[in-house]
Design a protein around this ligand. Sequence first.
Ligand code: SF4
Length: 205
Amino acid sequence: MDSSSLPAQLSDTFGRRFEYLRLSITDVCNFKCQYCLPDGYECNTPTDFLSLEEISTTVNAFALMGTKKVRITGGEPALRKDLLDIIKLVASVEKIQQVAITTNGYNLDRQVEKWADAGLTNLNVSIDSLDATQFKLITGDGRLQNILTGIEKAIDLGLNVKVNAVLLKSFTQKQLNQFLYWIKDKSISMRFIELMQTGDNLSFF
Ligand code: SF4
């Protein structure tokens, strides 16, 4: 790669420096969150996601421009069969200090140890409800307990863990208390996120 044409530090015209890259490696997802993909993922065109080689070129270029943290995201990034190779690749790039992933956690309990061994440092998991029935209603997936087990493992492995919950119309004081009780003795950052309004999800506001 010819690095001579790259700026030393990625910044905008306001002088803001960008040290953090969000890297979407797929747009496929296996959940059917009511506010996102209520009918599940559908794609009628051939998929054309970044290859390992393209990811390497991209992350190395950003690292040369001051990027220190890469967040691997999707869709659901854990659906990529080469995710371990992607984590290893990103973690091996000089100057990248943190490798994060945002996941729905569907296979977290089985995979998180391998991800940590490959170089993952930060984990973001989306959990919109701690009630198994409600979780299934929102996401179409019934594996809440596996996700919670995976999060416990991630904490034990020393990963920096964040949990995101999207604030939906059905969100109640009772749910808030459940979340607060759950994180009380855990090393977790909890974030409640405002739902991005689209024409399709007005009923959740
Ligand atoms: S897990 Fe994320 S990407 Fe998948 S349907 Fe839910 S909100 Fe959308």
